[in-house]
Design a protein around this ligand. Structure first.
Ligand code: COA
Length: 314
């Protein structure tokens, strides 16, 4: 469904700023990543989004393409970031059909609520594999193209490159590992790894002009994650605990992406842009879900009533 511009991008950016550029995005059919890609497409980019679900990914690609007449948006399904070959094949197809990979959004992630008692070794591994190994696979498959793009689109910081920017990757992380958060051990450990990966990429590929940064969204309304985690009274309490008094919008994450990928982000490398209304500074043991700390853990109960729940064996 075509979205009104103000649902996914602010008015402050210049149309055409990403003309002739290509963005490759994992997790691109998700609520946050699709908004990021839609914003880049609106500003001129073509895009390739990949995901596990074929229908969802292809439909989202068609939907994102409505952001700009004449845009090309490839949706490649049956791609699991845990499988390097499947990511590499998608990247090759992106380059063959769209001509390059100038920007990468490593957004695929796994999430659910579970205490350590409830979290099987396989459940922990599933999230590590998607978030950490999946981000590394995405990096390895795209980095040769990012290096090429960075060499082609250099900026000295004062004179903008006549062909714009390129050679930039952002990893989508979180803030929960800054403090730790009960029921989110798997995600905390994985996202700490994602942050470390981005920092290393910044150091090793900065000399080649590639930038690597992290965007860490706080609670963003209407995402699959928040729909799973916070409902009713629990949601009201969790919104009130954000210093800015509300959940964020996907548009606010899209804007941060444009900041990093465009001329405004030329000197931003090895950084984390936290977009959370100040929320992580108020993180106090609540997963935003109504499971009261520490009572819930002491009760020995299991997490129930949360969408996406699966019976796990330890
Ligand atoms: N609580 C506890 N354990 C859970 C769980 C939950 N809510 N959901 C899944 N698991 C366990 C499974 O029981 C399994 O462990 P087991 O073999 O010991 O039983 C393990 O996690 C793997 O689950 P499975 O469904 O086989 O893996 P998958 O690869 O199909 O799914 C997940 C990966 C678990 C991360 C799944 O939630 C997912 O696909 N998420 C992607 C979408 C998403 O999370 N989006 C939000 C992004 S913020």
């Amino acid at each position: 469904m075509p979205l009104p511009k103000n649902a996914y991008i602010s008015d402050v950016w210049k149309d055409g700023v990403f003309d002739n550029k290509v963005v490759f995005c994992t997790g691109g059919s998700g609520t946050i990543c699709s908004a990021q890609v839609r914003a880049l497409v609106h500003l001129g980019a073509n895009a390739c989004i990949v995901g596990r679900n074929v229908e969802k990914t292809e439909n989202m690609a068609k939907d994102i393409a409505t952001a700009r007449a004449g845009s090309k948006v490839l949706g490649i399904g049956a791609v699991d970031v845990r499988n390097f070959e499947s990511v590499k094949k998608a990247v090759d197809r992106c380059v063959e059909e769209l001509g390059a990979v100038d920007f990468v959004i490593a957004g695929a992630a796994g999430n659910f609520l579970a205490s350590i008692n409830q979290l099987s070794v396989n459940a922990f591994k599933a999230v590590m594999d998607i978030d950490v190994q999946g981000s590394y696979n995405t990096l390895k498959a795209t980095i040769p193209h990012l290096v090429k793009s960075a060499a082609k689109h250099k900026s000295d910081g004062t004179t903008p490159s006549p062909t714009g920017t390129g050679g930039r990757i952002v990893f989508i992380s979180a803030t929960i590992h800054y403090t730790g958060l009960p029921l989110q051990t798997h995600v905390s450990v994985a996202k700490a790894g994602v942050d470390a990966l981005s920092n290393s990429v910044a150091l090793e590929f900065g000399p080649l002009g590639v930038t690597s940064n992290v965007i860490s969204p706080g609670p963003i309304g209407d995402t699959e994650g928040m729909r799973r985690l916070a409902k009713g009274e629990a949601r009201k309490r969790s919104e009130a605990a954000v210093p800015l008094g509300r959940y964020g919008s996907v548009k606010e994450i899209a804007d941060a992406t444009i900041y990093i990928f465009s001329d405004s982000g030329n000197f931003v490398n090895g950084s984390t842009v936290v977009v959370d209304g100040g929320a992580w500074r108020m993180q106090s043991g609540s997963s935003g879900s109504g499971f009261v700390y520490p009572d819930f853990l002491l009760s020995g109960e299991e997490v129930t009533g949360v969408a996406g729940l699966k019976k796990s064996k330890i």
